[in-house]
Design a protein around this ligand. Structure first.
Ligand code: NAI
Ligand code: 15L
Length: 274
């Protein structure tokens, strides 16, 4: 049985992958307060390193480059990869091989904890009239969701075999505002994202924990008790956007899979030809 280590509230060096993306740009400014050095990586342009930052571009499918990223790192926030539905052949190198490279680098260089950006699409084939917890059987709704399911299994394996801790965040929809009716249930504000990531980084013992990443929304598809266990207390709610969203988007036909399944439109995208 692996042993968990005491977790610091401040880190010497944190690695943020996917730092040029929507959530990465947001966390870039917010995570600096919690570490001496924030190492930023992406394949997209990251700009100049600011105070307390290191910029290290890398393609996740490049094992050597990812190995170098993990040198001297205490903990990782792994956001990098393809973030929506694409063909399996496109998702494979970035999300499956890439996440494996992150865990191998962590093992080789002694990083103790990874916060893995998983997704609600690991369980997207549950219905919107069901409430699920993080122990339910995975029901990926897409090739993208399958890659996140693989990432969660990888996390479990690296905890069981090597004692590397992970919190897998099944993030709902983290954007400035909910874009549609579905996101009134799945939305998470950026402030709550920061709260969740910091809880995941600093909770004393997490082993491999799976947590849904949502704000305190009025409509809830998740029994998110593992989130309370790691100390996450959301403070925002999508409710203030409801009237505007409902006015903007007509009610969807109840027989449309988009309105039936938690994963919304992801359940019916593709197949993709390469
Ligand atoms: P994003 O697409 O804006 O950012 C992903 C970043 O990963 C991009 O900057 C991209 O250049 C980088 N990337 C893609 N392929 C790469 C590769 N092969 N090597 C290195 N870097 C690569 O996505 P966003 O919204 O910022 O999401 C961040 C993470 O959170 C993703 O893993 C996504 O799957 C996950 N997530 C996000 C949700 C959201 O609502 N924003 C919901 C559920 C999960
Ligand atoms: C995700 O996993 C995606 O990364 C994000 O772009 C949204 O599509 C989100 O899920 C969602 O389900 O709204």
């Amino acid at each position: 049985m692996p042993t968990a280590h005491a977790t610091p509230l401040r880190f010497s060096r944190l690695l943020l992958t996917g730092a040029a993306g929507g959530l990465g740009r947001e966390l870039r400014s917010r995570l600096k307060a919690y570490c001496d050095v924030l190492r930023l990586s992406d394949i997209a342009e990251l700009g100049q390193a600011g105070p307390g930052e290191e910029v290290m571009p890398a393609a996740l499918e490049d094992k050597g480059a990812v190995d170098a990223l993990l040198k001297g790192v205490d903990a990782v926030v792994h956001l990098g990869g393809i973030s929506t539905e694409f063909s399996f052949e496109q998702i494979l190198p970035a999300n499956i091989l890439g996440t494996y490279h992150v865990y191998e680098g962590a093992r080789r260089h002694g990083a103790r904890r990874i916060v893995f950006a998983s997704s609600n699409h690991v369980t997207g084939f549950y219905r919107q009239d069901e409430v699920i917890d993080s122990e339910v059987r995975m029901r990926p709704d897409s090739y993208y969701g399958l890659s996140k399911a693989f990432g969660e299994n990888l996390a479990q394996f690296y905890w069981d075999r090597y004692g590397i801790e992970t919190v897998s965040l099944r993030i709902g929809s983290s954007f400035p505002e909910p874009k549609d009716r579905r996101m009134l249930a799945s939305w998470m504000s950026y402030d709550d994202l920061e709260r969740l990531v910091m809880s995941a980084l600093t909770a004393p013992i997490v082993g491999h924990s799976i947590v849904y990443g949502i704000s305190d929304n009025a409509t809830a598809w998740y029994d998110n008790s593992t989130a309370r266990h790691i100390g996450y207390r959301p403070q925002d709610s999508s409710e203030r956007f409801r009237a505007a969203v409902e006015a903007r988007q007509p009610r969807i036909d109840g027989t449309d899979p988009v309105a039936i399944y938690q994963g919304g439109g992801f359940v019916k995208q593709g197949p993709f030809e390469n």
